[in-house]
Ligand binder design. Structure first.
Ligand code: PLP
Length: 863
């Protein structure tokens, strides 16, 4: 029979064990093996049975065992030490307190649709969520005062298993919040904090606010499953990335609007400082900007919309995460009008203004959709992509927002992603580093992260090799366990499964490939020539083995087909001991997977992989990357720290392109990777391989750390955003002025023209270091010389007379003539030889702009 209600009965911890509750209640245990040891010691079997979930463990361990532990001096000492360590971690000054500028933001709110922190809080689908999780953990390690905001999905993301014929099946486990490592936010009277948002037709959504404590960082999670809501509305936070457009829109309204309200409830209850910076991690969370405008227009200072927009924008950072069009959220414009208009309209945030923010009102845009990324750029004064290449691709993709600017000048910067080492680096590697006197871990070396990686040269080849073999073996054992479980699910009898005991080999070159299965990641590229792959797997002296995993989105039939192709290939008796597909890729599988692989394979269709982070995790574990030059690899591949699969970029026929790239992949494995791996010296150590591992650790280690990433966010985005925000906040005079100036400048820009440009001072064929004098005669119409920056832009001449490697220098205002005409002048030193050219342009100028392209206005001389 079915239960109509369920509870999770919490254990009563004896007073002496109270610290266990505290350790279980802070997710820092998930990246702190010593704390995990304490849980394991509570009851080793129950710890395994609970899937290394402390909350579950404490719910299952019997009272007798708890009483026993409460009297066990040895255990109490370990518990005390772990507790003390957590206390120290939570209270001691970290990098931010020591090193960040005195005027660094007091608090930063970080909004994301998914967070991947630990396998026991399955609120993520892939890289975006894992990155958000790593961002929070690293912020905690560095002492950055972040508050995370997300949704609590009742079913999380789905669990994957396979049918007999290899078709992806999905289940959606019900997550009981009482059994999760989260606690309700309660006010001083003990009431559970709730927030509401309006829906059309006088509807309201009420959401509970939960807090997951990620080290020093609180993560607020909104949950629509409360009794105030109708069954339909209770289901708004049912699952991640499920449902139709309307469902997604409701989720994103709850995340953005409800999220800001949850922050207000949190800061009011706890006394924590209000965020000065709001970080919109991917477009999905973008409605947070509308709520902040509403706060400013309808309450408190009751600013005009345009003024509130400037205030909110100044403190908002937007990160775009994908160049894949399907990854960009777009809603039917009528749906957005329905949800933000009618009886749900806010007087301070008129629906036509909202629609304008998300409009694709540029050539090639679709006037029937509301684009969340476009709104993100308009609501955030600072924006970035997640690798240099992705920044470049994004500046192209969103170029319609700044049509008059060259690609390189469009205001989208980039910060390359990184990964949280304590989460992703095997304990065995930390132990090895320690045994050579290193102090691994992020924080102690935050200011000198490269030091620990220099140790790679000191650790003996044998020790490296022995450790890698142990990690490979661990992966093999874990993979066999998963394989057995999967085959049982697929209906195999135990007698059919004896082969699994010898599936994979701890001494064979192991290549990993695990990621979500959108088509651009090309899961099946390796199957392009099945016979060729087979011969690599079965090579008599230099075999390779492949460990593969990944989930397809439930609605993606094409992706499921790819999985089926791989599974069918791997089911073949001839190769099944050398290639395995492991169902249900998640953090729990990923953690032993990266360290156990010798090579990490990545073969996306360039340039669709915005960054990619799995290869970074492999690298930190001494794995070598074998990858298309896309995302982060395009930036940091140096010719010796792995292999680049050449990509056939210019070829339009996708089949031919796949053929060419797959063939290059096979060649690399056969001629470069495998020979190096199996080229052992007398001691059985492949020294040329080890040299590459060492070089990988030294060259990539410091760069791929999330420490570097979070510090980059703090210094290049959060701190400047906080500064901008402060100058506009105060009495709002600056914002009033800025909004008025922008309006005036936009309107008056029609009157700006470059009438005439003269130069003198050099001969027809000038020599190096001669000085060119430039005079520009400019009409400014209703604008004054202070409103504009008149620049000379000079550089080398490239194709079609285009300037390349340009430098811009401002010209000084020299004289005003009648009719709004002015002369500007300045000098340019000819500092390089060869074809040189220059032009002059006029840009809007205001101290409150983050960059010259912000208004999208620029005037060049008439052609
Ligand atoms: C790191 C990670 C990802 C992201 O990998 P990409 O290389 O960015 O595709 C996805 N899922 C899990 C479980 C991960 O650990």
């Amino acid at each position: 029979m079915r239960a109509i209600r369920r509870f999770t009965v919490q254990p009563v911890l004896p007073d002496a064990l109270a610290a266990l509750g505290e350790l279980a209640g802070n997710l820092r245990w998930s990246w702190h093996p010593e704390t995990q040891d304490v849980f394991a010691a509570v009851d080793p079997e129950a710890w395994e049975a609970a899937g290394h979930d402390p909350v579950k463990l404490l719910g299952h361990v019997g009272q007798t065992r708890l009483d026993e532990l409460a009297a066990d001096e040895g255990f109490l000492a370990r518990l005390g030490a772990a507790h003390e360590d957590l206390r120290t971690y939570l209270t001691r000054d970290r990098w931010y307190q020591r090193s960040a500028a005195a005027d660094a933001p007091r608090s930063i709110a970080y909004f994301s649709p998914e967070f991947g922190i630990t396998a026991v809080l399955p609120q993520y689908s892939g890289g975006l969520g894992i990155l958000a999780g790593d961002h929070l953990k690293t912020a905690s390690d560095l002492g950055v005062p972040i508050v995370g905001v997300g949704l609590l999905y009742r079913h999380g993301y789905f669990r994957q298993f396979l049918s007999r014929d290899g078709w992806q099946q999905e289940t959606y486990p019900v997550l009981d919040p009482d059994g999760l490592p989260i606690a309700p936010l309660r006010d001083a009277d003990g009431n559970v904090a709730k927030v509401t948002i309006g829906l059309p037709d006088h509807g309201t959504l009420t959401a509970r606010v939960w807090v997951a404590q990620v080290g020093r960082v609180p993560l607020l999670l909104l949950d629509s499953d409360t009794e105030e809501n109708s069954p339909e509305i209770r289901g708004v936070t049912d699952r991640l990335y499920g449902g139709n457009s309307e469902h997604r829109l409701r989720q994103e309204m709850l995340l953005g609007i409800g999220g800001v309200r949850a922050i207000r409830a949190y800061t009011q209850i706890t006394g924590a400082p209000a965020p000065e910076v709001f970080h919109t991690n991917e477009g999905h969370a973008g409605f947070l900007g509308l709520e902040r405008i509403r706060e400013l227009t309808e309450t408190g200072p009751r600013l005009a919309f345009d003024v509130a927009l400037e205030v909110s924008r100044a403190g908002t950072v937007f990160t775009t995460h994908t160049p894949v069009p399907a990854g960009i959220d777009r809603f039917p414009i009528d749906l957005v009008a329905q949800y933000f208009g009618g009886d749900n309209a806010c007087p301070g945030v008129p629906v036509d203004r909202i629609l304008a923010l998300g409009a694709e009102d540029y050539p090639g845009g679709d006037s029937s959709v509301f684009n969340m990324a476009v709104m993100g750029f308009r609501l955030g004064q600072r924006a970035n992509g997640v690798s240099q290449l992705h920044g470049h691709v994004s500046r192209g993709m969103f170029g319609g927002l700044w049509p008059d600017f060259d690609e390189s000048e469009r205001p989208i910067s980039s910060i390359t992603n990184g990964v949280h080492a304590p989460t992703w680096v095997a304990r065995e590697i930390f132990d090895l580093v320690r045994s050579y006197g290193g102090r691994p871990g992020p924080e102690p070396d935050a200011d000198h992260p490269s030091q620990v990686f220099e140790l790679a040269d000191k650790i003996s080849g044998q020790d490296i090799w022995r450790t890698k073999r142990a990690l490979r073996e661990k992966l093999v054992l874990d993979a066999r366990k998963r394989l057995r479980k999967s085959w049982k699910q697929r209906g195999a009898a135990p007698a059919e499964l004896t082969w699994i005991d010898s599936a994979l080999d701890p001494d064979v070159l192991t290549i990993g490939f695990a990621r979500r299965v959108p088509s651009y990641k090309r899961l099946t590229l390796m199957l392009r020539d099945p016979e060729r792959l087979k011969s690599l797997l079965l090579h008599p002296e230099r075999p390779v083995q492949l460990v593969i995993a990944g989930k397809a989105h439930p609605a993606d039939e094409g992706g499921k087909k790819l999985i089926q192709e791989i599974v069918r290939f791997a089911d073949d008796h001839e190769v099944r001991h050398r290639i395995v597909f492991l169902p249900n890729y998640d953090i729990g599988m990923a953690q032993p997977l990266y360290p156990g692989c010798d090579v990490w394979l990545n073969n996306p269709l360039r340039p669709y992989e915005a960054c990619g982070t799995s290869g970074m995790k492999a690298a930190l574990n001494g794995g070598l990357n074998l990858s298309i030059l896309d995302g982060w690899w395009d930036e940091w591949y140096d010719g010796n720290n792995g292999w680049a699969i050449p990509s056939a970029d210019g070829i339009d026929d996708p089949d031919r392109r796949d053929d060419i790239e797959a063939s290059a992949l096979y060649d690399l494995i056969e001629n470069e990777v495998a020979p190096r791996f199996y080229d052992n010296d007398a001691e059985g150590v492949p020294y040329r391989w080890i040299a590459m591992v060492r070089h990988t650790l030294k060259s990539l280690g410091p760069k791929v750390l999330a420490d570097r990433m979070v510090r980059d966010y703090v210094t290049t985005l959060y701190a400047p955003a906080a500064a901008s925000s402060r100058t506009l906040n105060g009495d709002f005079a600056g914002a009033v002025e800025l909004a008025a100036w922008k309006k005036r400048t936009r309107e008056a820009w029609r009157g700006v023209a470059i009438d005439h440009v003269e130069s003198s001072g050099v001969a027809d064929t000038p020599a190096l270091n001669e000085t060119l004098e430039v005079r520009a005669f400019v009409s400014l119409g209703d604008l004054t010389p202070d409103d504009v920056d008149v620049q000379v832009v000079h550089g080398r001449i490239g194709n079609d007379d285009n300037l390349v490697d340009t430098h811009a220098e401002s010209l000084a205002h020299a004289e005003t003539y009648e009719g709004g005409r002015h002369r500007f002048e300045g000098k340019v030193r000819l500092s390089s030889t060869g074809a040189f050219g220059y032009t002059v342009r006029v840009l809007p100028k205001n101290a409150h702009l983050a960059g010259p392209a912000e208004l999208g206005k620029v005037t060049y001389p008439p052609a």
